[in-house]
Design a protein around this ligand. Structure first.
Ligand code: ADP
Ligand code: MG
Ligand code: MG
Length: 239
């Protein structure tokens, strides 16, 4: 289990996250829903432990181990992975080499083709292409999703997995989620879109850096639609 205990994050005296408490159990899909600027990506970076993202207060535990001060590499070794909102460009590496880690990841041709197809990329067209600026943002995200499927992490954080991907991709995201869960993993799905949050087992609604409400995704989505107007007005008190 991954646990956040009273996690605060402050930058230049401004509190971006204010006492987040959350538990993520095995083989479950969680969504973190909230409007732009709510603090979702910051929360994702803190869980992954990116450079400069350490809680100013609070703790992060993985199976009871305090990982609050561990580096991103140490967390990756323990099975935590993050797909960025804007995936990096890896100029000059073929998709085949990116997915097989230059041959270090043992994966059959069939498996390689299967995951590419699952994320909506035709293997015949994409395996030998370079991961570079000629790929669209959506294509790079699909390549990253394929890589995550081969990795089978224990905890996958997907930051706005649909941004930059066409509207047809909800079905693809569903398939990715069920594969990760069937492989024994859990997913933390960061999104501002209701239909994505509905794909989860449990939802957290984050507003101005706090969890405003959590529970059944359809109830949380309903609340978000009906009563979360104030989330769009960052200068008003969030209660
Ligand atoms: P979301 O992903 O929910 O859209 P973010 O986590 O990116 O939101 O940002 C939350 C808030 O914190 C925003 O108001 C953003 O401008 C602010 N913020 C994020 N990172 C920093 C930083 N390094 N320095 C100052 N403000 C930041
Ligand atoms: Mg944002
Ligand atoms: Mg974000």
């Amino acid at each position: 289990m991954l646990e956040l205990i009273d996690v605060w994050y402050e930058v230049e005296g401004k509190a971006i996250l204010k006492g987040i408490n959350a538990r993520f159990e095995k083989q479950r899909v969680y969504s973190i829903l909230g409007t732009n600027g709510a603090g979702k990506s910051t929360l994702a970076y803190l869980i992954m432990g990116l450079e400069g993202y350490r809680p100013t207060r609070g703790k992060i535990l993985l199976d009871g181990e305090d990982i609050t001060d561990l580096s991103v590499t140490e967390r990756a070794k323990r099975g935590i992975t993050l797909m960025w909102q804007e995936p990096a460009r890896f100029t000059g590496i073929k998709i085949r080499d990116y997915l097989t880690l230059g041959g270090r990841r043992k994966v059959s041709k069939e498996e390689l083709e299967r995951v590419l197809e699952l994320v909506g990329l035709n293997p015949a067209l994409y395996l030998e292409r370079n991961v570079d600026e000629k790929l669209s943002g959506g294509e790079r995200k699909r390549v990253e999703l394929a890589s995550i499927l081969l990795m089978k992490p224990r905890y996958t954080i997907l930051d706005e997995p649909d941004s930059g991907i066409d509207i047809m991709s909800l079905e693809m995201i569903e398939k990715v989620l069920s594969e990760l869960v069937n492989a024994g993993g859990s997913v933390i799905l960061v999104t501002h879109r209701e239909e994505i949050a509905l794909e989860s087992d449990y939802a957290f609604l984050i507003c101005h850096g706090s969890i405003l409400k959590e529970g059944n995704p359809s109830e949380i989505v309903q609340f978000y639609k009906n009563s979360c107007d104030r989330c769009d007005h960052p200068n008003e008190p969030s209660g």
